[in-house]
Design a protein around this ligand. Structure first.
Ligand SMILES: Nc1ncnc2c1ncn2[C@@H]1O[C@H](COP(=O)(O)OP(=O)(O)OP(=O)(O)O)[C@@H](O)[C@H]1O
Ligand SMILES: [Mg+2]
Length: 258
C-alpha cells in the first residue's frame, strides 16, 4: 500500500475575481507519479486552477495541500492570503510551471535560463547546477543550443528549454499550461514527445491542454472543467471513449471537428 501523501491536493477550492466566480468548489488529487490532464472550454477556469495550485493566485475557500502539508491561511474570503512566505516558496519551487508562451529570459542564454532559479532562488552550487542543466538540456534534445539566446531558437526548442528549466528545479511536480498551443503542428510533436518521456519516467504532472490526443496518450486521469466545476472526470479511455455528460460530448465533438 502506498503510504506517501499525494503530491498535490485541492479540496473544495473556490476562487473569484471580484464578483466573478471562476472556480466553484473543485477537488483534485494528484498522487506521486500521476499525470492528470485538465480540459475544458476557454474560460472554464483551467489556468486559474493551476495558478491557485502553486499559489500564484489567492483562493477564497477550500484547501491546497502539498505532500500532506496544508497551506496555512490568514484572513478569510477576499482577504485570505497564505500566512507563511517560506511555505509558499517551498511549494512554488516544488511545482514547476511551464507556460504556453515559454517565458524565457531573452537576455540570457539557454543554459543561463535553465541555471538561473536553482542558483539564485535555491542557492545551489553553480557548478553542480551547470552539470545538471546540461543534462536536462540533453534530455529534451537541445544540448547543442546551450549558448544560444531564446530568439535564436524555434518555438519547439524554446518550449523544450522551458521544460529543462522546470526540471532543473528538481520539483515534485510539473504544471503545464497549454504547453503546445503556441506551436506549429510539427514543432508541437517535439514537445509532446518530451512530455510523453516525462510521463513514462513517472513524473507527477498536471497538464492543461487543448490537445485531446496528448491528454488521451499521457494521462492517468482526465478532468473536464465547465464553468469552474468538474463536470466529468475519469480515466482517458472512459472520458474520451464513453463520455456521459452532454456538455463533454459537445465539447469533444467541437474540439475534434476543429
Ligand atoms: N486576472 C484576472 N482578472 C479577472 N478575471 C480573470 C483573470 N484571469 C482570468 N479571469 C477570468 O476567469 C475565467 C477563467 O479564466 P481562465 O484563464 O482560468 O480560463 P481557461 O480555462 O484557462 O481558458 P483558456 O482555455 O482560454 O486559457 C475567465 O472568465 C476569465 O475571464
Ligand atoms: Mg488558460
Amino acid at each position: 500500500m502506498d503510504l506517501q501523501p499525494p503530491v498535490i491536493e485541492m479540496k473544495n477550492l473556490h476562487k473569484a475575481y471580484g464578483s466573478l466566480e471562476v472556480i466553484k468548489g473543485v477537488d483534485i488529487t494528484a498522487q506521486k507519479g500521476q499525470v492528470i490532464s485538465l480540459i475544458g472550454s476557454s474560460g472554464s477556469g483551467k489556468s486559474t486552477l493551476l495558478r491557485c495550485c502553486n499559489l500564484l493566485e489567492d483562493s477564497q475557500q477550500g484547501e491546497v495541500v502539498f505532500k500532506g502539508e496544508p497551506v496555512i491561511w490568514k484572513g478569510s474570503g477576499h482577504a485570505r492570503r497564505p500566512a507563511d512566505g517560506d511555505q509558499v516558496m517551498r511549494i512554488r519551487t516544488n511545482l514547476s510551471m511551464v507556460f504556453q508562451q515559454f517565458n524565457l529570459w531573452s537576455h540570457m542564454t539557454v543554459l543561463e535560463n535553465v541555471m538561473e532559479a536553482p542558483v539564485t532562488v535555491l542557492k545551489r552550487d553553480r557548478k553542480a547546477v551547470e552539470e545538471a542543466a546540461r543534462g536536462y538540456l540533453q534530455k529534451v534534445g537541445i544540448s547543442d543550443k546551450c549558448d544560444m539566446y531564446p530568439a535564436q531558437l524555434s518555438g519547439g526548442q524554446q518550449q523544450r528549454a522551458a521544460i529543462a528549466r522546470g526540471l532543473c528545479m528538481e520539483p515534485e511536480a510539473l504544471l503545464f499550461d497549454e504547453p503546445t498551443s503556441a506551436l506549429d503542428p510539427e514543432l508541437e510533436q517535439e514537445v509532446v514527445r518530451v512530455i510523453k518521456d516525462l510521463a513514462a519516467e513517472g513524473r507527477t504532472m498536471l497538464i492543461v491542454t487543448h490537445d485531446m490526443k496528448l491528454a488521451a496518450d499521457v494521462s492517468d486521469h482526465v478532468v473536464f472543467l465547465h464553468h469552474g466545476r468538474i463536470e466529468e472526470q475519469g480515466p482517458p479511455e472512459t472520458l474520451f471513449g464513453a463520455p456521459k455528460s452532454e456538455r463533454l460530448r459537445g465539447f469533444l465533438s467541437a474540439t475534434l471537428a476543429a
